[in-house]
Write a protein that binds this ligand. Structure first.
Ligand code: SF4
Ligand code: SF4
Length: 267
């Protein structure tokens, strides 16, 4: 057994936590999330190079939350998700215990928000150079070219909502897409309804996206929809001085109002 299994076994044995969300072996050699509730189940946990999923997407799921105190194997994206969820009053301090695997394989333990904030401050949390290049290409397009590009991408969407299920920031109990009185977003997968869904999704995540990329990874149609929310990171930072997922007490840029707010974006 390695350090992770021993640590989680001990946390479950002494009841510090009631469940631990980590990675395990799935079918056909794929990695999947597992939920260890007993010391014996802690032995099923693994950690290897392809354990990259942002497991924070499970933190607010009812089926997990009611199990008691949660421990989680958190990568940087998951730690940022915890910060963002804290700033949105979805989790309280000391409610989650996070373990992080250092590059040398040793473990770091976080039991409060402050320690996560301090750790994140010391890291480069930006998007990858490949993603930067794709955003640069999008920004170099004319408005018409960009419109055509996204419409072609959204045409592929079959409204499975895997992107919504995978996103740690999509936690509303009743999503606008599911409301049918009135029907805000058409149920069928067609051009107009798909555009409605993706514009609504991008606006709801503006300034809240922690650039984990899970939405794009979950998409069976390979739509790079994380780029839409990534594109909004810089404008929110420049306009409101806010970066998602870095502080537990950050104020969400689009939900606050000041009388002297700049209004030069209104045309
Ligand atoms: S929008 Fe996509 S990249 Fe952003 S937090 Fe949600 S899943 Fe992660
Ligand atoms: S995961 Fe892909 S296909 Fe499914 S709703 Fe999201 S964008 Fe559409």
């Amino acid at each position: 057994m390695n350090e992770l299994n021993i640590k989680v076994k001990q946390l479950l044995s002494d009841k510090t936590i009631d469940v631990f969300i980590g990675y395990g072996s799935g079918t056909i050699g794929r990695i999947r999330a597992i939920f260890a509730k007993t010391p014996e189940q802690a032995e099923l946990l693994i950690f290897q190079e392809d354990c990259t999923q942002n497991l924070a997407g499970y933190l607010l799921k009812h089926e997990v939350r009611h199990l008691g105190k949660i421990g989680i194997l958190a990568n940087v994206a998951a730690l940022r998700s915890i910060m963002q969820l804290a700033s949105e009053f979805q989790i309280k301090d000391n409610e989650i215990l996070a373990l992080y695997v250092n590059p040398d394989g040793t473990l770091k333990e976080f039991s409060d928000f402050k320690s996560i904030e301090n750790f994140l401050e010391s890291l480069n949390t930006g998007i990858t150079s490949d993603e930067k290049e794709m955003i640069r290409r999008l920004e170099a397009m004319t408005v018409n070219e960009r419109w055509v590009f996204w419409n072609q991408e959204f045409e592929k969407c079959m409204k499975c909502y895997a992107c919504r299920a995978a996103c740690p920031m999509c936690y509303c109990h009743r999503c606008t897409t599911d409301v049918n009185q009135p029907q805000w977003i058409p149920v069928a997968s067609h051009e107009l309804g798909n555009l409605d869904y993706h514009l609504m999704r991008a606006m709801h995540l503006a300034g809240r996206c922690v650039n984990c990329g899970e939405c794009a990874r979950a998409c069976p149609m390979d739509i790079p929809l994380n780029l839409l929310t990534y594109q909004l990171i810089d404008p929110i930072k420049t306009g409101f001085g806010a970066t998602a997922g870095m502080k537990s007490d950050a104020v969400y840029a689009l939900s606050t109002y000041k009388p002297d707010d700049k209004e030069n974006f209104i045309i």
